[in-house]
Design a binder for this molecule. Sequence first.
Ligand SMILES: *Cc1c(COP(=O)(O)O)cnc(C)c1O
Length: 231
Amino acid sequence: MTLQQRYETVASSVARACEACGRDAREVRIIGVSKTVGLDAVEQAVAAGIHDFGENRPQELVRKHDAFPGERWHFIGNIQSRQLALVVGRACLIHSLYEESHARKIDRLAADRGIVQDVLIEVNDGEESKQGIAPADLASLLRVCATLPHIRVRGLMTMALRGNIESARRTFAELRMLRDTMGATPDIAAASNIDLRELSMGMSDDYPAAIPEGATMVRVGRAIFSDDYAS
Ligand SMILES: *Cc1c(COP(=O)(O)O)cnc(C)c1O
């Protein structure tokens, strides 16, 4: 299959999953995670109709953003404080914010550039906490964000453990419930720079399961960019 055919396969399974749960497929943005490929593959992807790309390393985000500045570049990786300056302003959305010190630094960098940086808060599933904030700590991070006028919190992001679709489904359902709970918390709901409409969840192995749970962004790498990916 060509990249175009793989993308069309992903887009049609997104459409099918939406139809099965009564959602409009236009509510779900497919982010092509291009972290393992070069500029030539990005060029093919743009020709295939992909305009949102995800990168997990700042230098690579800079390189690709600067080669394709008209596309939307999402930062989805672990944040190193000293590299935040590369990301702020180039990323249309930072999906992976979970530390208060980084929130403060993003706010300062965005203020210096005269912009408001859109972010998502990355939440972990509480158990094997790798990246992300524990659900119990989310409200206090959001309250800090509410005081930082140069960031705007657009929603939540999570990564499910690979290889177990039932546990992924639970992780996605929990993120949605957490979003609903936060959105119903009066002081958080009242913050003018917090609007938790986006749920970034679902990757190559599990994105169809994220859609009935309310995903608005799926981050798909291998299923689009790898020619030996078998779904
Ligand atoms: C690599 C990566 C993806 C894409 O993973 P695939 O399994 O290749 O679809 C999505 N989200 C994050 C945060 C990633 O690092």
